[in-house]
Design a protein around this ligand. Structure first.
Ligand code: PMV
Length: 355
């Protein structure tokens, strides 16, 4: 690498959707709007080092390292994304690009890292673009552009470039919403949702049998496709109202309905879509029983896998942690669970902090 090599670094968080994105059209346009909580502790840190090629050619030159080792699967995904972007970002072919990335959540926890890693990668690319073009974007434009690029890599990654609650996909009652990029869902500073927390109960750390790419494509001819779109739109309207009124009951009911609907769609997708495990069901039953007997405000959601996200508020942390230790951890693989909470979004590590 020549002396003029420049390095950019971003740390981006994972997110968990309450309203699930499931099914997409060409160019990663979602079939329905989604809404997620950006996490704080589960993050990917990515450094991009670039230098000008000595001889120009028409090929993207990219290497991708994960925890110090060349990761060919992600390198291929990155190469595809960069090729897709190269007609718009002409200079990409003129540089050697090396990505070095690490996740801070433990390996083999079954947590999908595509949201945080694609978000970190997109943020690095937009920072690179600013440097090469000498065109510094204002804050909103910067993150909007990063979200657009992240979306092309992985739909849910579009939401990981913002903190707090984030929506993605055109939602008629949300003025700023869009299919091409995510936008922060602003809540009142006194809202209880500012204190929301997530305990990720690891039922199985194995890689899932249906990739989300495959799952989205199976929605194209799914018999419930139109019904799902209508349901997601209706749930979105209801959860927005619930969030605005800080109505825990509504938020909990809709989130659980979304999680189970996602799995109902998966199970009826005609492939190997039964991703829930016996311990997933046991945990759901325990959560319901504990909620009824304790009167605490907590609910679950599930991603496209067997692990449960237990969502609750900070003022009930002590009781919830005791419940997890005494009752739920026995259903987790190796007793493993991850302690996380709503976060502020990505952070620039190098060359300078973006405020
Ligand atoms: O971003 P993708 O293509 O991995 O799809 C993610 C889909 C879900 O995680 C199941 C739901 C969501 O909205 O995050």
């Amino acid at each position: 690498m020549s002396e003029e090599a420049v390095t950019i670094g971003w740390k981006a968080p994972s997110n968990i959707a309450l309203i699930k994105y499931w099914g997409k059209r060409a160019n990663q346009i979602p079939e329905n709007g989604s809404l997620s909580i950006t996490l704080a502790n589960s993050t990917t840190t990515t450094f991009l080092t670039f230098n000008k090629k000595e001889k120009e050619d028409q090929l993207i030159s990219v290497e991708y390292y994960f925890h110090g080792e060349r990761q060919l699967q992600f390198e291929k995904k990155t190469d595809l994304l960069l090729n897709q972007l190269s007609s718009e970002i002409g200079f990409l072919k003129n540089y050697n690009l090396i990505f070095k990335s690490e996740n801070n959540f433990p390996h083999s926890t079954g947590i999908a890292s595509s949201a945080s890693s694609m978000a970190a990668l997109a943020l690095c690319l937009v920072s690179m673009e600013e440097i090469i073009t000498h065109n510094k974007l204002n804050r909103d434009d910067f993150f909007c552009r990063a979200s657009t690029i992240a979306r092309l890599g992985s739909g849910s990654a579009s939401r990981s470039v913002f903190g707090g609650l984030v929506s993605w996909g055109l939602i008629p009652s949300l003025e700023q919403s869009a299919d091409e990029y995510a936008t922060p869902f602003i809540i009142h500073s006194t809202s209880r949702l500012n204190t929301i927390r997530d305990i990720i109960l690891i039922v199985s750390a194995k890689e899932k049998s249906v990739s989300s790419t495959m799952g989205h494509s199976l929605m194209n001819h799914h018999p419930y496709k139109e019904g799902r779109k209508a349901q997601a739109n209706e749930n979105m309207v209801k959860i927005i109202e619930g969030i605005r009124k800080d109505n825990y009951q509504a938020i909990a009911e809709i989130s659980e309905n979304e999680a189970l609907s996602l799995h109902a769609l998966l199970m009826t997708s005609g492939s190997d879509g039964l991703l829930l495990k016996p311990n997933t069901i046991k945990i759901i039953e325990e959560i319901k029983y504990f909620r009824k007997t304790s009167g605490l405000d907590l609910f679950f959601t599930i991603d496209a896998g067997p692990n449960i996200h237990l969502i609750y508020y900070d003022d009930q942390r002590k009781q919830v942690l005791a419940f997890v230790e005494s009752t739920l951890s026995q259903y987790c693989e190796g007793g493993k669970w991850i302690d996380d909470h709503i976060g502020n979004g990505p952070e620039q590590l190098s060359p300078a902090l973006r405020n």
